[in-house]
Design a protein around this ligand. Structure first.
Ligand code: NAD
Ligand code: ZN
Length: 348
């Protein structure tokens, strides 16, 4: 079968012919419906040098945002129907620690002993015709379209988890949320904030089209540049935002988010660009918090699917065949995508 392989450090991936994988005990073989291209993949194959924080040694098949139809059951698998559509929860922890027991494999306490972080992250992912998935990582899609659903497993799950953990700050009337970086994750963040809270959503990006899309989802957009923080504060009546989400994570965006915060607010940095922020007592409003998050839980993913099936969120996708898979990454790198890039190995 054909697959997109991250072969060497700091080298663009290749499409290769590889053997079709065989599901082991407790696993299924999934016929891939959709595999989303995430900006974290670009960090993995292009930005991160060997040994850098966040780096994962090649070689493996990319794709940590996947959906598909069960093709074959491994030994001992029950309760899963061949042909049924599922979304894949990508992280794979030890399955036994406290974090994994609550469905939060992202924070597995035994991660250091695990040979990989997840599918498409050290273990073969879904940018291929078929992939192997532990049965525990399947979230049922029912009759929902699995192709358009693929981005739910990262582009929606990650902002969903960040927003859900910030909900106490957005609970009540007159609240404000800020979203920086309106790509795959940021567009979903705007939709999720509108669906889960009554907060006024303020959004920004460098690209006009991205801001127009966020505005269509109900956000007030504020372009970057001089006076941006003042403009954001003005919208909030001078108070600042109650929750900010930075989907870029470079020093200037973290500074913009931090500069826009209200007293007792929360800034969550999701973008993995690694930009620094120098803090001192006088820098941020009292009791405001700066944190980060990584992906989400299995329970969160079930909730994201519920929202999708209820029509409350809808990923905007741009589809690519397997032949065009590398173009998806080229367009992602150069910021030319109109929606989340989803590779459809078996057609649209
Ligand atoms: P993307 O390329 O689809 O979107 C990035 C957006 O940010 C683009 O619209 C771009 O125009 C905008 N942008 C870039 N620089 C900007 C700036 N200076 N000011 C304002 N906007 C700017 O990327 P994505 O796939 O949505 O991923 C976003 C980030 O989240 C990446 O860093 C990715 O690695 C990270 N990520 C983190 C997690 C996690 O668990 N923490 C999970 C998935 C992705
Ligand atoms: Zn664990």
């Amino acid at each position: 079968m054909r697959a997109v392989v991250f072969e060497k450090w700091q080298t663009f991936p290749e499409i290769k012919d590889v053997p079709r994988p065989v599901p082991g005990p407790g696993e299924v073989l999934l016929k891939v419906a959709g595999a989303g291209a995430c900006h974290s993949d670009v960090a993995l194959y292009k930005d991160f040098a060997e040994g850098a924080p966040g780096s994962i040694p090649p070689a493996f098949i990319l794709g940590h945002e996947n959906s598909g139809w069960v093709e074959e059951l491994g030994e001992g698998v029950t309760g899963v129907e061949v042909g049924a559509a599922y979304l894949v929860y990508g992280p794979v922890g030890c399955g036994r620690c406290k974090a994994c027991s609550r469905g939060q494999d992202t924070y597995c306490e035994n991660a250091a002993e695990m040979p990989y972080l997840g599918m498409g992250l050290g273990r073969d992912g879904g940018m291929a015709e078929y992939m192997v998935v532990p049965v525990r990582n399947l979230v049922p899609l029912g009759d929902a379209d699995p192709v358009a659903a693929a981005p739910l497993s990262d582009a929606a799950l990650t902002p969903y988890h960040a927003i859900k953990t910030a909900l106490p700050h957005l609970n009540g009337g007159g609240k404000f949320a800020l979203v920086i970086g309106l790509g795959g994750l940021g567009q979903m963040a705007v939709q999720i904030l509108k669906a889960l809270t009554g907060a006024t959503v303020i959004a920004t990006d460098m690209k006009e089209e991205a801001m127009a899309k966020a505005a269509a989802s109900g956000a007030i957009v504020v372009p970057g540049g001089e006076g941006q923080i003042e403009r954001i504060r003005e919208i909030t009546g001078g108070r600042g935002v109650d929750a900010a989400f930075d989907f870029v994570g470079i020093a200037p965006t973290v500074a913009t988010a931090a500069g826009s915060m209200a007293v007792q607010s929360k800034l969550t940095v999701v973008g993995i660009a690694g930009g620094g922020y120098e803090w001192n007592f006088f820098k941020t409003p009292y009791e405001s918090t700066l944190t980060n998050t990584y992906w989400g839980t299995i329970e969160d993913l079930h909730e994201v699917v519920d929202m999708y099936r209820a029509g409350q969120i809808k990923p905007d996708v741009e589809l690519f065949t397997m032949d065009q898979a590398l173009d998806a990454y080229r367009k992602l790198e150069s910021g030319q995508l109109a929606g989340r890039a989803v590779v459809v190995p078996h057609g649209k």
